[in-house]
Design a protein around this ligand. Structure first.
Ligand SMILES: Nc1nc2c(ncn2[C@@H]2O[C@H](COP(=O)(O)OP(=O)(O)OP(=O)(O)O)[C@@H](O)[C@H]2O)c(=O)[nH]1
Ligand SMILES: [Mg+2]
Length: 516
């Protein structure tokens, strides 16, 4: 219901009384996510744009971050976009004592091939703990043959579950660990259990909403919310039609449902249009970045594996602040760092992956992940201390494959095994994997050397020693357009041997400008 109000307003407030549900809490702060400062806080690790605080590097002609971040839309556009971003909380605020119910499919087509129930439960628990004031007070793993049925469980198990939930007054809501719950299922379960019931989609979406900082990320979340509003609409309109009165609004010929559906369609179209505008801006920034020819390394991996911490360690960027929280990074940010060859690369921090990430969310965030497709190299960070590290790897690789990235990127990926400080005596089984502790700074030199070689290969750069005349403009040109590693002056010749890392195109220009 709250979601319905968020999507289409003005709209009727539908009574929850009579469904045995708790009344909505008044004036809740919209985002009760742990460790987040007040609304409007901009996390230093997420510098709201493509250009993070990497050692003062400006690759765009010196524009400010605020200018980088967003186009300067007309006031009307700005207001319209803000309107699209208005929304009430998807989950209730304040302290919540959650009963985590995990449907365990023992066999049949619904059986998850990927993981054991206990790790799915652990991940769901971590999601709940991301929310400020939320805790899991009871966990129930309940077997079911076909979780798609309306009440999810068989009659006996359902009855048992209902008795336990009803008999535990400390439970304030239930997190049913399924990807999506149909509106009629939610309604029936809430009626039976007397508390609100949420699915994984709603919880993840809520966390996304709380962590999104830039307008682009916030619009993407708003787009991902549309299907939720749509299914809530069906539920709420069915409820409404039980009462007396006309189905049509003011003789318009449109039923209430039709009006709300039309408003939702219009809202969706507006969000897509606003995202398109931002996407064009992103494209422009990418072109600028390519013109300056900084190699770009996209840092990907499962959520909480240590991507942001590693970028901080590689760039020495003190402004980056990683947080022990799922989906801490939702905005794409870039941070500059130097490699041993003196080449400057840009590390692009990306949104973390999660197994069974609701499909709509991936689709909504595909624009953000476009940056990965346009990078020179992918660095896949893994938390090797995690018991399900292998499963996480499979999940990340399958998402990367679904993004239809160029084969050259998938084949040249650098795999980093992070958090080795938590695994005494760790040694990777995979060839070419680089073990590090981003937190303690172990293995970073080896990783930088590996990145150096991989970036050179991926970008077709070469290391050359060129004889230049000291009197001319050659040396300063090389300093500007290539990475100068060493200058060996030969005073008697008025020349120098300059060792540079140079791209094919820059070398071509050099030859043209300074023939012979
Ligand atoms: N022990 C240990 N902890 C680490 C290491 N690297 C990161 N962490 C911790 O892991 C948690 C998550 O780190 P982040 O860098 O925010 O992880 P992330 O992959 O960026 O997470 P999302 O942005 O949420 O996807 C933080 O509490 C870090 O301090 C490491 O090498 N060792
Ligand atoms: Mg992060």
């Amino acid at each position: 219901m709250w979601a319905l109000r968020a999507a289409v307003r003005p709209v009727l407030r539908l009574s929850r009384v009579g469904r045995g549900l708790p009344a909505p809490r008044a004036a809740a702060p919209s985002c009760p996510v742990r460790a987040l400062a007040a609304a409007g806080h901009r996390g230093p690790g997420n510098l709201d744009g493509l250009w993070g605080g990497g050692r003062g590097l400006r690759a765009d002609g010196g524009r400010s971050r605020a200018e980088d971040d967003e186009e300067e839309p007309e006031d009307a556009d700005e207001n319209a976009e803000e309107e699209l971003l208005q929304g009430e909380p998807l989950l209730p605020a304040g302290t919540q004592r959650v009963c985590l119910v995990h449907p365990d499919v023992k066999w049949g087509p619904g059986k998850s091939q990927m993981t054991r129930a206990e790790w799915q439960v652990a991940e769901a628990t971590a999601l709940v703990h991301t929310l400020d004031g939320w805790s899991v007070v009871q966990t129930m793993v309940v077997s079911t043959k076909s979780p798609d049925r309306k009440l999810v469980f068989g009659k006996g198990n359902f009855q048992h579950l209902t008795e336990k939930i009803r008999g535990s007054p400390d439970i304030t809501c239930v997190f049913l660990n399924v990807e999506r719950m149909a509106a009629p299922t939610k309604k029936e379960l809430e009626a039976a259990w007397g508390v609100e019931v949420f699915d994984r989609f709603t919880v993840v979406l809520h966390i996304f909403r709380c962590n999104a900082r830039t307008k682009e990320a916030r619009l993407q979340v708003a787009l991902a919310e549309i299907p939720l509003h749509r299914s809530n609409l069906k539920r709420d309109v069915a409820h409404l039609h039980r009462g007396p009165g006309s189905r049509y609004i003011m003789g318009s010929g449109e039923s209430f449902m039709q009006v709300q559906q039309r408003l939702l369609r219009e809202k969706e179209a507006k969000i897509r249009k606003a995202l398109d505008r931002l996407r064009k801006k992103r494209h422009l920034l990418r072109q600028q970045r390519m013109r300056r020819e900084f190699p770009v390394v996209s840092v990907v991996g499962y959520t909480n594996c240590g991507k942001t911490t590693l970028i901080k360690a590689l760039t020495g960027d003190a402004a980056i602040q990683p947080r022990d929280q799922l989906f801490a990074t939702l905005d794409v940010t870039a941070h500059a760092g130097a490699l041993p060859s003196r080449m400057t690369v840009l590390y692009v921090d990306t949104i973390g992956f999660l197994s069974q990430l609701p499909h709509g969310l991936i689709e909504s965030f595909s624009a953000t992940l476009e940056d990965v497709a346009h990078s020179d190299l992918i660095m896949h960070v893994r938390d090797v201390s995690h018991p399900e590290a292998e499963l996480q790897k499979r999940s990340v690789l399958s998402t990367l494959h679904s993004l239809q990235l160029p084969a050259r990127l998938l084949d040249s990926m650098v795999e980093v095994h992070n958090k080795v400080d938590l695994v005494p005596g760790y040694s990777p089984t995979e060839l070419n994997a680089v073990p590090v502790s981003a937190l303690l700074g172990h293995g970073l030199q080896e990783l930088k050397a590996e990145l150096d070689a991989a970036v050179l290969k991926a970008t077709g750069r070469q290391i050359l020693t060129l004889r230049v005349r000291l009197a001319g403009a050659q040396l300063s040109w090389l300093y500007k357009e290539a990475t100068v590693q060493d200058v060996d002056v030969i005073p008697e010749d008025g020349a120098a041997d300059v060792t540079v890392i140079i791209s094919d195109s820059a070398y071509g220009k050099f030859r043209k400008l300074f023939p012979g």
